[in-house]
Design a protein around this ligand. Structure first.
Ligand code: NAD
Length: 329
């Protein structure tokens, strides 16, 4: 078994790769993993066990057609994580988002068709649905993305669907809620706030902080992706939610408590442009069809995440000080 993982040096992709190489996915204990990653500011070699006998890292771009045609033959499956993933960066400039997320997905999937890859999972996000005041989205809800990031992911989902319909590519799409856990770049809300608190700084909360997100531990998301890879139906979309709906302010207060800081560290900053108020996924389909359920308790997972950043200062210090501004998904 040989799996190609795009974006496998990023936050979620690397968790998936580490878990697979550690024998965490039944039936894949001997799988060989090729990580294709451009190693942008978000990719980090330290995230994956370089030197592992079943791991190969190829530094390259998903937009590189020739590279893909060389690399893909012989792989049994492709799991496509590679993306520009930070909403704030997409507001500053959407160029890289359209290039990697839209063009990159098209180039990759076309190469998968040409090289007859038997199975593909395209990893997407709940943000493609937009914002929902009440209730939860099912997979058939219309796509109403509000940020350039979400629009680029929505476009990539439509390209993925078209490659299934037109070319018969055996492909499924996952749409997951906000992830948290170790190895997440410190530009994102939870690691930004943890690392600010560890450095004795304030935490910048957008607006009134009442935007609600559904949080999922990266290990639960990765397991869902593996379930979809092995048992998901071609052409289908699977929502993956964590079931932990919290306002940004509630998550911030939990982090303050875990670090032992007081509420005076909260600093409200002007709201993000077009900030979605609430995301909520209906995940009945993946639960009933594939038997999926998240297992990591949010409070416990958050405490472990705080402990990881506390113990791995070397991992986040350098990248953190190359960026600035409030964080969010
Ligand atoms: P990340 O930003 O941490 O990692 C992205 C990885 O892709 C990095 O290693 C980067 O170097 C690589 N990459 C970027 N451009 C590339 C290119 N052109 N060619 C090859 N590699 C490239 O992102 P993440 O949080 O791990 O997200 C992974 C995927 O999951 C994304 O597709 C994202 O849309 C999706 N997703 C993320 C979340 C979340 O909460 N983080 C939630 C749902 C879905």
């Amino acid at each position: 078994m040989k799996i190609l993982v795009t974006g496998g040096a990023g936050f979620i992709g690397s968790h998936y790769v580490r878990t697979m190489l550690a024998g965490g996915y039944a039936g894949y204990e001997d799988a060989h993993v090729t990580v294709l990653d451009k190693l942008t500011y978000a990719g980090n070699r330290e995230n994956i066990p370089l030197g592992h006998p079943r791991l190969e890292l190829i530094e390259g771009d998903v937009c590189d057609r020739a590279l893909l045609h060389d690399l893909l033959p012989g792989h049994d499956a492709v799991v496509h994580f590679a993306a520009e993933s930070h909403v704030d960066r997409s507001l500053a400039s959407a160029d890289a988002f359209i290039r990697t997320n839209v063009l990159g997905t098209q180039v990759l999937l076309e190469a998968c068709v040409n090289t007859r890859i038997p199975r593909v999972v395209h990893v997407s996000t709940d943000e493609v649905y937009g914002s929902i005041d009440e209730g939860s989205w099912t997979e058939d809800r219309s796509l109403l993305p509000n940020s350039p990031y979400a629009a680029s992911k929505a476009a990539s989902d439509l390209i993925a669907r078209a490659f299934y319909r037109s070319h018969g590519l055996d492909l499924s799409i996952t749409r997951c809620s906000n992830n948290y856990g170790p190895h997440q770049h410190p530009e994102k809300l939870i690691p930004l706030f943890i690392t600010n608190l560890l450095e004795g700084e304030q935490v910048p909360v957008y607006g009134d902080g009442l935007n609600e997100r559904e949080w999922i531990h990266v290990d639960d998301h990765s397991r869902a992706i593996q379930l979809v890879l092995t048992r998901g139906r071609a052409g289908e979309i699977y929502n993956v939610g964590g079931g932990n709906e919290r306002t940004n302010l509630a998550v911030t207060r939990q982090l303050l408590e875990l670090v032992g800081a007081d509420p005076s560290r909260i600093h409200h900053v002007p709201d993000r442009k077009g900030h979605d108020l609430r995301y909520s996924l209906d995940e009945t389909k993946i639960r009933e069809e594939l038997g999926y359920a998240p297992v990591v308790d949010f409070e416990e997972g958050l405490a472990q995440t705080v402990a990881w950043y506390h113990d791995n200062v070397h991992w986040w210090k350098a990248s953190k000080h190359r960026m600035e501004g409030p964080g969010d998904e």
